[in-house]
Design a protein around this ligand. Structure first.
Ligand SMILES: Nc1ncnc2c1ncn2[C@@H]1O[C@H](COP(=O)(O)OP(=O)(O)OP(=O)(O)O)[C@@H](O)[C@H]1O
Length: 440
């Protein structure tokens, strides 16, 4: 069971504030520290957001691991506060431990403080063993909690300026967010595991999969898990003759795009040009077209990125992530996906895989006027419920997707056909005809 949050911080508990505004209210000092709180209890997140703001720190919140990894992919946080249970009735701490292990595996420098129940010593110990840097027990005093977070950040900054370890880190304030391969499907968990295993080795790795599925992101994740992580990888698109000159200067990681599209002579030339000390990560449609000699150099291990339609609910998870990202980049409020939009996402095969999905979501965020994305906003005009469109033309399975979208829209609008039709971008008559066709 989750412990109730005690916000009973006395005035003396409150951290000092730097300034007082004209209206006499305390004004938040601005540190450039960014902290992420992962907790599903809105009263905890709201109370702590105020307490941290008073102490001069920005606090972002995530209601659970999915949102947390999305936020962690968008920016680097100086510290992360992690509750250990997210499901009602769950008190084992296993959910928090799994989340902690993934955070630390993807970013060895992450400063994670876990929040445990007052009797949660066993969980606190397991968390420290798994890589947490401190723990806080419920109920806490805000000043104490903030002091612990500040101390963790200070220790992190000191560690970052120490001589480099095997996978050195750049100082948090200037570093880009760590590479995060998002997705909770078994296929994506297996991909992350493989990245973790091959990343630290010197083995040549070829990342294969469909264009737009995340091959470059996977190559970057392998590089990020390697001993060369601090340096920028040298990228060479082998289709561009002018780019070949970069091969000669390559140090550390060399990311080679499309070696499989070279003919046999060019593949032999490539093998001669790759510096002996370079760690190669190739990106290819498949490894079959590589000559045996090049395969030995570039594809000791093949890492296959799964197609998006084999990743279950990941399309939805990614859609929410891209919506969050787009809203931040375009200066829009965060948008919500309607049930019909979610139904569409669950059944659509995007022509350009994850990139196609990201594009559709970004467009929908930009064009949304009411903070939500409906199904009609997601399908490009040529595929949106168009009677002439076919599955082969668009990759969009009309029979399944259309029925699911219509059912979802009707459910969402409590069977008000006019409202459901508007949400779907159809006239009432067109919706009635489709309802009849699907027996709805
Ligand atoms: N699992 C994922 N989590 C988060 N973002 C993802 C994921 N997979 C792909 N993306 C994003 O989708 C876009 C396309 O991915 P990426 O560039 O890695 O594809 P690719 O397979 O290398 O495509 P191409 O070879 O055609 O350039 C990028 O913006 C990438 O960050």
């Amino acid at each position: 069971m989750k412990q109730p949050f005690t916000s009973g911080a006395r005035a003396s508990d409150r951290p000092a504030v730097d300034a007082v505004s004209a209206n006499g209210r305390p004004q938040a000092a601005s540190s450039d520290r960014a902290i992420l709180l992962i907790d599903d209890n809105p009263s905890v997140t709201q109370a702590l957001a105020i307490a941290f703001r008073m102490a001069g720190h920005a606090l972002d919140t995530a209601a659970g691991p999915e949102e947390a990894f999305s936020r962690l992919a968008l920016r680097r946080y100086d510290a992360i506060l992690l509750d250990m249970n997210f499901t009602a009735g769950e008190a084992s701490g296993e959910e928090g431990l799994a989340c902690l292990r993934r955070i630390v595996a993807e970013d060895a420098g992450a400063r994670v403080l876990v929040i445990t129940a007052h009797s949660g010593i066993r969980i606190a110990v397991a968390a420290m063993q798994a890589g947490a840097c401190d723990f806080v027990m419920k109920p806490w005093r805000n000043a104490e909690l903030i002091a612990k977070v500040e101390a963790a950040i200070a220790r992190g900054a000191a560690a970052a300026s120490m001589p480099a370890g095997p996978v050195p880190r750049a100082p948090a304030a200037i570093a880009a967010p760590p590479v995060r391969l998002l997705g909770d499907s078994a296929a994506m968990q297996a991909l992350r595991d493989l990245v973790r295993r091959v990343g630290p080795t010197a083995a040549g790795v070829t990342v294969t999969g469909r264009p737009g599925s995340g091959r470059m992101l996977t190559a970057q994740a392998i590089h990020a898990a390697s001993p060369h992580a601090q340096g920028e990888p040298t990228r060479v698109d082998l289709r561009d003759p002018a780019a070949w000159d970069r091969l000669d200067q390559a140090r550390g990681t060399l990311i080679l795009r499309h070696p499989d599209r070279l003919d046999a002579v060019a593949q032999a030339r490539l093998l001669d040009r790759i510096p002996a000390t370079a760690r190669c990560i190739a990106i290819a449609d498949g490894s079959a077209a590589l000559s045996p000699a090049l395969r030995r150099r570039l594809a000791t291990v093949e890492v296959a990125v799964p197609p998006l339609d084999g990743r279950g609910d990941d399309a939805l998870l990614l859609a929410r992530h891209f919506a969050r990202d787009a809203a931040a980049r375009f200066g829009r409020q965060e948008v919500r996906l309607s049930m019909a939009a979610e139904a569409l996402l669950a059944t659509t095969v995007w022509p350009d895989e994850v990139r196609g999905l990201a594009l559709a979501i970004e467009r929908a965020v930009l064009l949304s006027t009411d903070g939500r994305i409906d199904a009609a906003a997601l399908a490009p005009p040529s595929v949106a419920l168009a009677p002439t469109a076919t599955a082969t033309e668009t990759g969009f399975d009309l029979s399944d997707a259309e029925r699911a979208m219509i059912e979802a829209a009707l459910r969402e609008h409590r069977h008000n056909v006019t409202h459901a039709a508007t949400a779907l971008g159809l006239s009432r008559g067109a919706l009635y005809r489709r309802m009849a066709r699907y027996g709805l």
